[in-house]
Ligand binder design. Structure first.
Ligand code: SF4
Length: 446
């Protein structure tokens, strides 16, 4: 097989993941009006209950109209005609493009398109009176609900221990017809699993009302099984491929794949089975490509973990690090415990197992406890064997952002890897500082 052919064969799963993210609007319209399914908003990776109730989870930015990269749109219509399997016709079609550049350009374009939309929605949040003291994540999420909340049937909220987050969750009720709450106890005070199980049952009851479907142990376990497989593949990419001396693409593109996974993992692009197929194919494609030595030798390039990014971050960061000769790892869901599997063994109680999963995430950092969170940073940095850590300090965040000094102390004591902090307010606003800080960090490896 020629290099040309391989380039097309491999990574079609990433292109499809990107396409499914961006083409959400059309897909969701079809689900709502043709298939009569209920659209339920999720933020953070909490889509399992919605799937189990036969609803369609949607991370609300995906209801927006995106400018879809011309190649991606064309490839999609070509694959609608020919299927995703490589056919002579598809290859003939693809030859019009500079194939070796396709992946880099398309993914770069996808990430920029998404971020451009994030900024637009952030502005919409501000225009509608959100205090400029709120973090970027909350402000842009509010913008998402202002923009498209009316198309939703409900929103499911999981309480995290950030008071700003809970204030935001309260405030969006004016934009959605119904709010469903899952209150997660802040600590395991003995009966936390029972308490949370009751809260989950109540939320399930409300979801059943919205969707008109019954949630059973089977429907819960079916969804948990899909989620568990997705998480296994996600971890393979994080632990096996990101640590490899040879990457299946350049490190900036690899970071973009991680960024795309981070974003799309929140709602599985509204179709869990399709998402599982794509991520499983992605793992196969990456492995095949590495085996054939197609990609880039990255030996000697330090691996830098940047976190937290789920509340907003400067996406130029991975490009800057790449130009400086380093690789970027985004692993927020892993360090927050969201990639842990849910026990689906025989005789297990799915609601109780889900409660345990949520509580574990709460203890690891979703609960915003600084000790727990900094311990998770250290553990994940150690497990992933990264060479450096960049802390992304989000303006307006009073729950996570002020834990950097504690983190530094712990790193000095327990890890001894270089670390730095970058500040984030809005995409594109602080690129020069990011360049300077990252430049100084990478110097430490020389
Ligand atoms: S923890 Fe910080 S970044 Fe996350 S939602 Fe709360 S204020 Fe925003």
């Amino acid at each position: 097989m020629s290099l040309f052919t391989d380039d097309v064969v491999t990574f079609k799963s990433v292109l499809r993941l990107a396409y499914n993210f961006l083409a959400g609007r059309e897909y969701l319209k079809k689900k709502k009006f043709k298939d009569r399914r209920k659209l339920i908003a999720v933020a953070l990776p909490f889509s399992d209950l919605v799937y189990s109730a036969g609803g369609v989870p949607v991370f609300p930015i995906r209801m927006e109209k995106f400018n879809i990269n011309a190649y991606l749109a064309a490839l999609n219509s070509a694959t609608n005609l020919f299927g995703w399997d490589l056919t002579t016709k598809l290859l003939t079609f693809v030859r019009q493009f500079d194939v070796l550049k396709i992946l880099d350009n398309v993914l770069d374009d996808v990430i920029h398109t998404i971020n451009h939309k994030y900024n637009e929605l952030y502005e919409l949040g501000i225009e509608n009176g959100i205090s400029s003291d709120f973090c970027y994540g909350i402000t842009s999420l509010t913008g998402m609900f202002i923009s498209k909340g009316k198309n939703l049937d409900a929103n499911i909220n999981y309480t995290i221990r950030c008071s700003a987050w809970n204030k935001y969750s309260e405030s969006i009720k004016k934009y959605v017809p119904k709010e469903i709450w899952v209150d997660i106890p802040p600590r395991d005070m003995g009966n936390a699993v029972e308490l949370l199980s009751e809260n989950i049952k109540a939320a399930i009851g409300e979801l059943e009302e919205v969707t008109g479907n019954l949630v059973t142990d089977n429907s819960l376990n079916k969804q948990f099984r899909i989620g568990n497989q997705v998480k296994r593949f996600y971890k393979t990419i994080l632990y096996e491929f990101s640590a490899s001396d040879f990457y299946p693409c350049n490190p900036a593109t690899f970071a973009e794949i991680l960024a795309l996974l981070g974003l799309s993992f929140q709602d599985y692009n509204s179709n869990a089975q399709r998402y599982l197929e794509n991520i499983s194919y992605l793992v196969k494609e990456m492995r095949k490509r590495i085996e054939k030595s197609i990609g880039m030798d990255v030996k000697g390039m330090p691996r830098i973990m940047i976190t937290p990014v789920f509340g907003g971050w400067e996406p130029e960061t991975h490009e800057i690090l790449y130009r400086l000769g380093a690789r970027t790892i985004y692993a927020d869901w892993e360090l927050l415990g969201m990639l842990e599997e849910i026990n689906v063994s025989k005789n297990s109680d799915p609601i109780e197992e889900y409660a345990k999963y949520l509580l574990n995430a709460m203890m690891k950092g979703v609960g915003c406890d600084q000790e727990a969170l900094t311990d998770s940073y250290i553990k994940t940095a150690k497990d992933l064997n990264v060479d450096g850590l960049v802390f992304n300090q989000v303006f307006g965040c009073h729950s996570i952002s002020n834990c950097y000094s504690l983190l530094r102390k712990k790193i000095r004591k327990k890890l001894e890897i270089p670390t730095t902090v970058i500040n984030f307010n809005k995409i594109g606003e602080n690129v020069e500082q990011v360049k300077t800080r990252l430049g100084a960090l990478v110097e430490m490896f020389r």
